[in-house]
Design a protein around this ligand. Structure first.
Ligand code: GDP
Ligand code: MG
Length: 169
């Protein structure tokens, strides 16, 4: 039996960028066009097997709506892992994602390993280029992938890289 490392993971980002869809794709390999808006937060878990250990992600999928913003610190406090999501066709959601990254860094004092996901890659008319987000991610020390919950692109890679990078006790 290999050792299992468990981590609380939070998803943050503007409403409708695809946080719940990424979670459901990763945990159940499902996608729905009519994903119900999340109220408060939902909890789901999945294990992934690495070389000689297993990583268990205990995922808190929060509601990104402004009116729930004050609830967010309650969810991310003490979380070793965060996925901050934006929609590649929505510039405003990218600016918002950068704010989440800054907030996490300040309040968690760099104890959270952060991955940035540029979701809805399958759609045309991207307003944020891979190059721009990549440069930002490198400067901030973030994992970065463009993803599509719809076509199942980049999501496994994102979580695998997080599993690799998270500190093992
Ligand atoms: P959340 O509010 O961030 O949790 O966003 P949801 O997961 O509820 O998704 C919002 C809407 O975007 C839903 O209609 C989803 O079906 C859609 N959606 C989510 N991910 C993708 C994606 O990768 N591509 C496309 N085209 N639509 C997506
Ligand atoms: Mg949601």
């Amino acid at each position: 039996m290999s050792k299992t490392h468990s981590y609380k993971l939070v998803l943050l980002g503007e409403s409708a960028v695809g946080k719940s869809s990424i979670t459901l794709r990763f945990v159940r390999n499902e996608f729905t066009e009519s994903q119900e808006p999340t109220i408060g937060a939902a909890f789901l878990a999945r294990n992934i097997t690495c070389q000689d250990y297993t990583v268990r992600f205990e995922i808190w999928d929060t509601a990104g709506q402004e009116r729930y913003h004050s609830l967010a610190p309650m969810y991310y406090r003490g979380a070793p892992a965060a996925v901050v999501v934006y929609d590649v066709t929505d510039r405003n959601s990218y600016e918002k994602a950068k704010k989440w990254v800054q907030q996490l860094k300040e309040e968690q004092r760099e104890t959270t390993t952060i991955a940035l996901a540029g979701n809805k890659r399958d759609l045309p008319n991207h307003k944020v280029t891979i190059q721009e987000a990549q440069e930002y991610a490198v400067a901030e020390g973030l994992i970065f992938h463009e993803t599509s919950a719809l076509s199942n692109y980049g999501i496994t890679e994102l979580f695998k890289e997080l599993a690799d990078k998270l500190p093992k006790k």
